[in-house]
Design a protein around this ligand. Structure first.
Ligand SMILES: C[S@@+](CC[C@H](N)C(=O)[O-])C[C@H]1O[C@@H](n2cnc3c(N)ncnc32)[C@H](O)[C@@H]1O
Length: 364
């Protein structure tokens, strides 16, 4: 395995101190030109065992919350080889060859392409999906070379689409690592500022590496990495941002269900009980950080209503100047529509999600 130091081209901000990291001395460079071959495609057939304690917990909670939908969602969650992945193209690299390979393999565009106003969804954001769970190989990090695509749960694009970032916006990605949604934001528009915040140092390194792999150096002055506890950004940067994304730490149903051992599963169930408090604080902070007329999107990748609608409901009680507002196109992607947000429940044939999102506008 090769090791290298990060070629961090993106400024790292801590609360009020701006620290620029730059060290190109120890960067590993690959001499091989990058290529992708059809034979690299795989169908991701490895079997992962579910954790019984987590499955029991999900059965109890979700059969009550989702009714009949839970049986089909459960079947999908228990069958990782059936999960579909999206391939988000990187508009900053040449993608003609990848597009051709994707199309020849039966992938098609997830988003309707339109250049007519109001340009929604943005035509620069391109994501391909396959009707079957065919998995594209991930690309290795190669310093000095931009990656051509990012693999993701296609439902992860919904919070970014809901944010509706425009050129020139000041945007905060409050919980940013490993950076998939930050990359998607930069595919959809050219904000004046994108601040990617991540307090965990290891995940922040991962985030910096993602940004470095997908964004050209010409965007360095617009994209920053900060290391704050997101719960306090609303105080330190009140009313500064046009758009804030809170892709909150949550009980990630897909991975928690496949916790490696019983102890880890139990630990996660204990963590699960504490998450709504943290999520509520993060969403409060985000609403404070946005200007009047600005937008906050809150998202999670769990089906749990305690981490979804209950959080939004509790926070909106404290902000009479904030209200839910969702674009109808985003609403149409959901399986469950609530007045406070939408929930994408994985279903056979459409094995995306779980993904919850709520779009909140602060009144002028
Ligand atoms: C669901 S992940 C974010 C995924 C990311 N948005 C993406 O698309 O790649 C949640 C992140 O929130 C971070 N986090 C945890 N506590 C936080 C806090 N107090 N403030 C900000 N971020 C926090 C976690 O370390 C984790 O990286």
């Amino acid at each position: 395995m090769c090791t290298y130091k990060l070629n961090v081209r993106f400024q790292v901000f801590t609360a009020h101190r701006h620290i620029r990291q730059k060290d190109e001395s120890n960067v590993h460079r690959f001499s091989q030109p990058f290529s992708i071959e059809k034979k690299q495609l795989n169908t991701g057939k490895s079997r992962r065992q579910p954790c019984p304690a987590v499955l029991d917990h999900f059965d109890q909670q979700y059969s009550e919350e989702l009714g009949d939908l839970w049986a089909s969602a459960r079947a999908v969650l228990l069958d990782p080889p059936s999960w579909q992945y999206g391939v988000m193209l990187n508009r900053f690299s040449s993608v003609t060859d990848i597009t051709q390979i994707l199309q020849s393999q039966g992938f098609s565009s997830l988003l309707p392409q339109t250049d007519r106003p109001p340009k929604f969804p943005p035509s620069s954001l391109q994501c391909y999906v396959h009707p079957h769970p065919l998995r594209f190989p991930s690309q290795a990090h190669r310093p000095g070379q931009l990656k051509q695509y990012y693999l993701l749960n296609a439902a992860s694009l919904l919070p970014v689409l809901a944010l509706q970032v425009r050129d020139g916006d000041k945007v905060l990605d409050l919980c940013s690592a490993p950076g998939g949604k930050a990359v998607a934001i930069m595919q959809s528009a050219t904000p004046a500022l994108l601040c990617c915040n991540e307090p965990d140092p290891h995940r922040r390194d991962w985030l910096a590496k993602t940004l470095e792999s997908f964004l050209p150096s010409s965007l360095c002055s617009r994209v920053m990495v900060s290391a704050q506890d997101g719960r306090f950004v609303g105080q330190s940067e009140a009313g500064f941002y046009d758009k804030v994304l809170v892709d909150a730490p949550c009980s990630n149903d897909r991975s928690w269900l496949h916790s490696s051992d019983k102890l880890r599963g139990q630990q996660r169930l204990e963590d699960r009980a504490r998450l709504p408090e943290l999520q509520t604080q993060l969403l409060r902070s985000a609403i404070s950080a946005v200007r009047p007329g600005g937008v906050v999107v809150y998202s999670t990748c769990t089906l749990s209503s305690l981490e979804n609608c209950a959080v939004v409901e509790a926070v909106l009680k404290d902000f009479p100047d904030a209200e839910p507002s969702l674009h109808p196109l985003i609403g149409s992607a959901s399986t469950f529509h609530h007045k406070l947000g939408i929930l994408v429940v994985p279903q056979p044939g459409r094995t995306w999600g779980p993904m919850f999102l709520s779009r909140i506008r602060k009144k002028r």
